[in-house]
Design a protein around this ligand. Sequence first.
Ligand SMILES: C[S@@+](CC[C@H](N)C(=O)[O-])C[C@H]1O[C@@H](n2cnc3c(N)ncnc32)[C@H](O)[C@@H]1O
Length: 240
Amino acid sequence: MGDAVVLDRRTHGILGALPGPVPQIVEHPDVYRPAVDSALLCLGLAEEFRSRPSRLSSAIELCAGAGLASLYASRWASTVIAVDRNPAAIAAMWSNSRANGVVLDLRCADVNDLDCSLAADVVLANPPYVPTPSDATRSALGYACNGGELGRDVIDSIIERAPILVRPGGTLLLVQSTISDADRTMTALSALGFQVSVSHTRTIPFGPVMLGRAAWMEERGLIAPGQRWEQLVVIRARRR
Ligand SMILES: C[S@@+](CC[C@H](N)C(=O)[O-])C[C@H]1O[C@@H](n2cnc3c(N)ncnc32)[C@H](O)[C@@H]1O
C-alpha cells in the first residue's frame, strides 16, 4: 500500500469540521488527490444523511476518484457503490476501503455507460468540470479535471441520467465550479422535476490547472479579464 495522501490545509480544515476521523487515503500518482471540491461534497453528504434514517439509505458515488465521499457515505448508508472510469481509481479505492475497514461496491465504468438498473437514495458526484481546450493532453489525471470546452461534458451526462439514478425522494449532490455554469445545471435539474438548492459554496484561488488555462478561458469569455478565482458550488437536487 502507498503512502497516505497529505491533504492541503483548506481541504483538511473542511473535513476536520465533520464528525469522526478524516478517512485514510493512499497517495496514487494517477488518481485525483481529494481537494476542496471533494471536501465540500462530503459536507453536503453529511448534511443530507443527518436528515435521513440511519443506515437505511443507499448511495452511489459517480466519478469517485480515491473514494473520499464513498468512505464518508459508508458511515451512514447501508450500501455504497463507487464508480470511476479510471482503473487506477478503482485500485486506489480498493486500498482505501481496506485501510478504513469498510466495504465499497467498486465499478470501473464511464457514466455514459452505466448499468440501467443502478439507482440509489443518495447520488454523489464531483465530476471533471474544468473547461478544456480540444488539444489538451489526455492522461488519467487529465480525465479527472477535463470537462470539455465548457467544462460540462460529464456534468450534462449525469444530469441526463439523474431521473434514473436517483430514487423517488432521493437526492443528487453534485459539486462544480461556477465557471462551468452552475446555474445551467440547476435549471436543467429543475426542468427534470427536481427541487434544487445550493447546499455549500466556497470561493478559492485558481489552482495550477485553472491558472494554466486562464488566458484561454479569458479569450472565450468564460472568466472576466484578470479573474483568478472560482466559486465552487454543491448543488442539491431532491427528486420528488
Ligand atoms: C475531479 S475528480 C473527483 C474525484 C473524487 N470524487 C474526489 O472528489 O476527490 C473526477 C473523477 O472523475 C473520473 N471521471 C472522469 N470522467 C468520467 C466518466 N466519463 N465516467 C466516470 N468517471 C469519470 C476521473 O477518473 C476522476 O477520478
